[in-house]
Design a protein around this ligand. Structure first.
Ligand code: ATP
Ligand code: MG
Length: 444
């Protein structure tokens, strides 16, 4: 369902606009001043905002900027009481979609709204082509204040405006793509495409044609000529994810394009030039792969002109409370929920947990807990966490018999000494259980 938020201090205007939108099957939210307008926006995330530029409490322009900061893709239509070009120009420069002069002409309003939805659907289609145009990737969206993370911010800042190739290394879920986007969106080329290509998801042939494009008839299914990602990226960024998985054959083709900036389409003869900047990422130890002969050393050095190593979440446990707060807010916003309270015991648990899947695993765990939450408290029982090996197994390595003895004791305790139940659970016969109890001298 389409949705709109009307921010205007004039009650009559709110009323008449609300009924107009309701007739057009919109879900309508409204606010009489700037502050409540902003909080309505945060809570309900409407597609469209109609904003009076003259408000009793805050300047309408300020409201516009705050909403844009909250969601850069928010579609805001400004309403001005008179044809004040200065404010209007300012508003459009700050990202307003359109402006309408009061008293409103409803025919004009409907035309503008039609345009909004046309652009929106176009943007959705486009985003598949040009990658995400959202400029939400400021450094503020990367959470962490440990020295390792501060080093990462410094590198993002110093490398953003250069065209140097960057190699981002880190375990799965540590934020490699997030950092790549931050580099792109903090660069002069932020309006150019950011193109992601997952090198491990495609076969060798497909990957080659994705990267470089192919000419008509290059292979059986090549009915048309296609553009490769090196071409689509223009002056923007090509993010080569999972670069460690590229075959040696393709590695040599990548080396050529990275060294000389030229390449040929599959089946083509014309030499093409690319201006794209390359950021590569891997969760393998690329140096080790070089030593094993699985990755070309020359390509490795070409890619890692600047190297960013992301710490695992275990290496920066101090950041977990901030990450939990940030991720909860993000998840609440997306799911329109309001799970904000994290009891101290639950937070301690989250900090101690050995997040092998790093921030992604933490985010997934919190998402599930938010979905399952009934009230506004995050409950431990809703966290989909399997016991870590560390919790199951003792830290010190011990003989099998010792583990067996402890486990039998544990089961017996759980079933309150009921040996038939215990033998069923353990899938051993009752005499075997009796023998083990006596061998291990287990007291019941
Ligand atoms: N420091 C961080 N602050 C906030 N969010 C983060 C941070 N690091 C990662 N995330 C979030 O965690 C999720 C995973 O991050 P991302 O996709 O960038 O990781 P990745 O290293 O590319 O993972 P993979 O190797 O699995 O592809 C994303 O939703 C991202 O927004
Ligand atoms: Mg990734």
């Amino acid at each position: 369902m389409k949705s709109v938020l009307i921010i205007d201090d004039d009650k009559l205007i709110r009323k008449s606009l609300s009924s107009h939108f309701r007739k057009n099957e919109f879900q309508v939210f409204s606010a009489a001043d700037g502050e409540s307008g902003i909080s309505e926006f945060k809570e309900n995330r409407p597609d469209l905002v109609l904003l009076d530029i003259r408000l009793p409490d805050v300047d309408g322009l300020e409201v516009l900027k705050k909403i844009k900061k909250e969601n850069p893709r928010a579609c805001i239509i400004i309403m001005t009481a008179f044809d004040d070009m200065k404010t209007t120009v300012e508003a459009v420069k700050s990202g307003a979609f359109e402006y309408l002069v009061k008293p409103l002409d409803y025919v004009e309003l409907d035309l503008v709204i039609g345009k909004v939805y046309k652009v929106k659907s176009l943007e959705d289609k486009m985003s598949y082509l040009v990658g995400e145009k959202q400029k939400e990737y400021t450094i503020d969206n990367i959470i962490g204040s440990t020295p390792e993370m501060r080093e990462v911010y410094k590198l993002i800042g110093s490398v953003a405006n250069t065209r140097a190739n960057v190699l981002i290394q880190g375990e799965s879920g540590t934020g490699k793509e997030l950092v790549a986007k931050a580099i792109h969106y903090n660069s002069r080329f932020r309006d150019e495409p950011f193109i992601v290509i997952n090198c491990s998801a495609l076969s060798d042939t497909l990957l080659e044609s994705e990267l470089f494009g192919h000419v008509k008839g290059a292979f059986t299914d090549a009915a048309h000529e296609t553009k490769g990602k090196f071409e689509v990226a223009g002056k923007g960024t090509l993010f080569l994810d999972e670069i460690g998985d590229v075959s040696l054959n393709l590695q040599s083709k990548l080396l050529r394009v990275i060294e000389n900036r030229d390449y040929m389409k599959v089946g083509g003869e014309k030499v093409l030039q690319t201006e794209a900047r390359v950021i590569a990422a891997t969760n393998h130890d690329l140096k080790e792969r070089v030593e094993q002969g699985k990755f070309r050393e020359d390509l490795y050095y070409r890619l890692k002109v600047v190297e960013i190593n992301l710490p695992s979440l275990c290496q920066r446990k101090e950041d977990i409370p901030d990450l939990v707060a940030y991720l909860l807010e993000k998840i609440n916003r997306e799911l329109r929920k309001n799970v904000k309270k994290v009891p101290p015991g639950v937070m301690d648990f989250l900090v101690d947990f050995p997040w092998k899947g790093n921030v992604r695993e933490l985010e997934n765990a919190l998402t599930r807990a938010v979905i399952l939450a009934k009230g506004d408290v995050l409950l431990k029982e809703n966290l989909p966490i399997e016991k870590s090996d560390k919790e199951i197994f003792p830290k010190q390595l011990v003989p099998l018999a010792e583990v067996e003895k402890k486990y039998i004791q544990h089961v017996l305790k759980q079933v309150k000494g009921n040996k038939s139940k215990a033998s069923r659970i353990l899938s051993i016969s009752r005499p075997t259980l009796d023998k083990k109890i006596s061998d291990y001298q287990i007291q019941i």
